[in-house]
Design a protein around this ligand. Sequence first.
Ligand code: ADP
Ligand code: ZN
Length: 300
Amino acid sequence: MLIGALEAGGTKMVCSIGTPQGNVLQRASFHTLTPEDTIPQIADFFEKFEISALGVGSFGPLDLNPRSSTYGHITSSPKKAWRDFPIITRLKEAVGVPVAIDTDVNAAALAEHMMGAGKGYKSLVYVTVGTGIGGGLIVNGEIVHGLIHPEVGHMILTPTAMDSMPDGICIFHKHCLEGLASGPAIEKRWGLSPTLMMEDHPAWDLEAMYLAQMCANLILILSPEVIVLGGGVMQQEHLFPKIRKYTHELLGGYVASERLDEEHMEKYIVPPALGNNSGVIGALLLGARMIYNQRRRGMQ
Ligand code: ADP
Ligand code: ZN
């Protein structure tokens, strides 16, 4: 059986074919234009294969409440052409197979939980630090949706005294995590792309402090068994030891777990074990899980 996977991003759409076990066989990517231009390109790609389902990890925010009249719609996205777009219905019509959808970060969190850095644990947080910051949460082996879905990237942080841009850049909250620590926030603060910054640039110490605030908040609220940090900015591997150190300091020894001891933190705050394949593998798993659940219900 083959499953289709779509990573629906603000700049590109990555279409893949794979197995229900998460093995990726083929992939193609298209620029994200308007829905009218983009959906047919996606349909053309998948038409070439006999897929049984399509799993989608999408940018958001998304309405993921199955009882809502706007279930499977992209809601208040800053991308105007996609705002209020019924992505699940339109993909079902265009591709002609059942579609399972979740946020891009929830898909990646699911993949890391089942096959990557969180294998063997019941809880995990996956955060991507890139153009935006987003996080997916797994608790008791399930993706957390709650009211809508968590918005880890918009948690409000305390700007540090040494920050020359303490107001941040988020149009909704100013000094939230994304407003202070996303790739574009780093670039605006220092007038230099983070891709060009040397390891000793002061930007990284500040970045690590903000990401440590995030980790400490996540640990205090959710008590996850592992925190996975991915995305473009986290390509700077030297950030990891700094984030671990500052997280440890912020917690002040209050949370009593040896996993949070300085010498064990290396296995607690980690890069994605699946590299940049977490999203696609997660989308495959979403599709496979939907078929499995449908078959199980059919047998009852
Ligand atoms: P997106 O979030 O757009 O899906 P990425 O996760 O690659 O894609 O994030 C892009 C952001 O990350 C940009 O702001 C870019 O400057 C930054 N970035 C990408 N690669 C690196 C790198 N190697 N080092 C530091 N920052 C990076
Ligand atoms: Zn915000």
